[in-house]
Design a protein around this ligand. Structure first.
Ligand code: 6PG
Length: 502
């Protein structure tokens, strides 16, 4: 007979599942684990027995029925399976064994609308469903991820102690992640990078936007690298030093830090910088594309985020690009000799573009909360992104501060701190985009972020002409600058050219 010993259960022992299970065990919880293919579970348990100080708190099961029975009620069962059909299949397999009040927690990168659907279905059956964004990759899962949970408050209260324990901790004063966790010895104290996000799909939505921002953050860094390489003639090591330096100040972030590391890394096969041996085609699993598609659907101009997705798509057309490079010509590239000046300019372009990218991500969330009836706390979201997740950065504290100053902030760019940063950096930003264009170097993220900044700060745009065109060919009507909003007019463009109010 199976005894009820586990505080929590986890299904799905791929990399993220294994690491999250160990993190939970390291915090003193007994965890039951299950994997569809039992071999992987056995291997994991064998590995734990040999190498993991918390191994006695990880218990493997081959039967789903025994696994469920072993968990204390109300049961908390974390799913870390492939997002999509596998999640539904796992839930269906679990259902016969669950009892009223049990809680399923989906820690995958689920599409938020799937989470809304699953939460509704399970709550109708008497179970709770929490969709929790989990960010931080393998190391984050093991030693402290950023966790973005949503569902009913009641269910969250059950999960909260464990989620707070296993989340990354940041220093309450500096906001910096507290380092130093090792297997069996998690960090003590600090502010956990988790907070209740809202009902049903809110957590997965916020995680998706995190990933959209991750895409643009990465693309901006790549453009900075590409400009330094091609316009300043810098080698990988030199660029690594620049990124390391940038990591000391305002731009300090996990992605800048790993970029410095990557650029200094040698290819074990050739001894040359590894970055030069890596094929220039980027993969993507879909969360960036979901973010961009949702921005289009909600009518929010997250153009820089979308550009980052398109930049990956364009990179993937490797063979076509190679062929086109023989046919389509641009200007010759002219190396710039004033390195120091341009490095500073590229830094400013990167920082200003980053502000725009985050402004877009937060605007998107602000619109989505209306659509889905969530009440998102943007200061808190920025706070739980300060540590554990891929976009963790010093910058996030500034966003938290901005929302503390004005919880109803319409756009991050309007906050005093960010406005001043944009004003300070914009001349350099413009020069970098212009220089790139003159030399035929693509900087879609720098350029689209700049267009967003310029568009957003324009009291007037050429959409008057556009609206006239719409009215001309489709009688779509227009509003007038000299009449109240909401009054619509149509001009008989091809007939008597009179205007009528519609
Ligand atoms: C994280 C990451 C993680 C993963 C994404 C991005 O927050 O830990 O975002 O979820 O890296 O799946 O993947 P792609 O670049 O493959 O789309």
């Amino acid at each position: 007979m199976t005894s009820t010993v586990a505080d929590i259960g986890l299904i799905g022992l791929a990399v993220m599942g294994q690491n999250l299970a160990l993190n939970i065990a390291d915090h003193g919880y007994t965890i039951a684990v299950f994997n569809r293919n039992p071999d992987r579970m056995r291997q994991f348990i064998a590995h734990c027995a040999q190498h993991e100080p918390s191994s006695e708190r990880v218990i493997g099961f081959e039967s789903l029925a025994d696994f469920v029975k072993a968990i204390k009620r109300p049961r908390k069962i974390v799913l870390l399976v492939k997002a999509g059909e596998a999640t539904d299949a796992t839930i269906d397999a679990l259902l016969p064994y669950l009892e009223r009040g049990d809680i399923i927690i989906d820690g995958g990168n689920a599409l938020w609308t799937d989470t809304i659907r699953r939460e509704k279905r399970l709550s109708e059956l008497g179970f709770a469903f929490i969709g929790s964004g989990v960010s931080g990759g393998e190391t984050g899962a093991r030693f402290g991820p950023s966790l973005m949970p949503s569902g009913t408050l009641e269910a969250w209260k059950q999960l909260e102690p464990i989620w707070r324990d296993i989340a990354c901790k940041v220093d309450p004063v500096t906001g910096k992640p507290i380092e130093g966790a090792v297997p069996g010895k998690p960090v003590q104290g600090g502010v956990p990078c988790t907070a209740y996000i809202g009902t049903n799909g809110a957590g997965h939505y916020v995680k998706m936007v995190h990933n959209g921002i991750e895409y643009i953050d990465m693309q901006l860094i790549c453009e900075a690298y590409w400009l330094m390489k091609n316009l300043l003639g810098m080698n990988a090591e030199e660029m690594g030093d620049v990124f390391a330096l940038w990591n000391e100040a305002e731009l300090s972030s996990f992605l800048i830090e790993i970029t410095a590391d990557i650029l200094r890394q040698k290819d074990p096969e050739t001894g040359a910088p590894i970055v030069d041996s890596i094929l220039d085609t980027a993969g993507q699993k879909g969360t960036g594309q979901w973010t961009a598609a949702n921005a289009l659907a909600l009518g929010i101009p997250a153009n820089a985020i979308a550009e980052a997705v398109f930049a990956r798509s364009l990179s993937a057309l490797k063979e076509e690009r190679v062929a086109a490079s023989q046919v389509l010509q641009g200007p010759p590239i002219r190396l710039e000799s004033d390195r120091a000046k341009w490095i500073q300019a590229i830094r400013d372009a990167l920082y200003c573009s980053k502000i725009c990218a985050y402004a877009q991500g937060f605007q998107l969330m602000a619109e989505a909360q209306k659509e889905y009836d969530w009440t998102l706390d943007f200061g808190s979201i920025a706070q739980i992104w300060r540590g554990g997740c891929i976009i963790r950065a010093r910058f996030l504290q500034k966003i938290t501060d901005a929302y503390a100053r004005d919880p109803g902030l319409k756009n991050l760019m309007l906050d005093d701190y960010f406005r001043d940063a944009l004003h300070k950096g914009q001349q350099n930003w413009r020069e970098v985009v212009a220089l790139a264009a003159r030399n035929g170097i693509p900087v879609p993220a720098f350029g689209s972020a700049l267009a967003y900044f310029d568009g957003y700060r324009s009291a007037r745009l050429p959409a008057n002409l556009l609206q006239a065109q719409r009215d001309y060919f489709g009688a779509h009507t227009y509003e007038r600058v000299d009449r109240p909003r909401g009054q619509f007019f149509h001009l008989d463009w091809s007939g008597d050219r009179r205007q009528s109010m519609t």
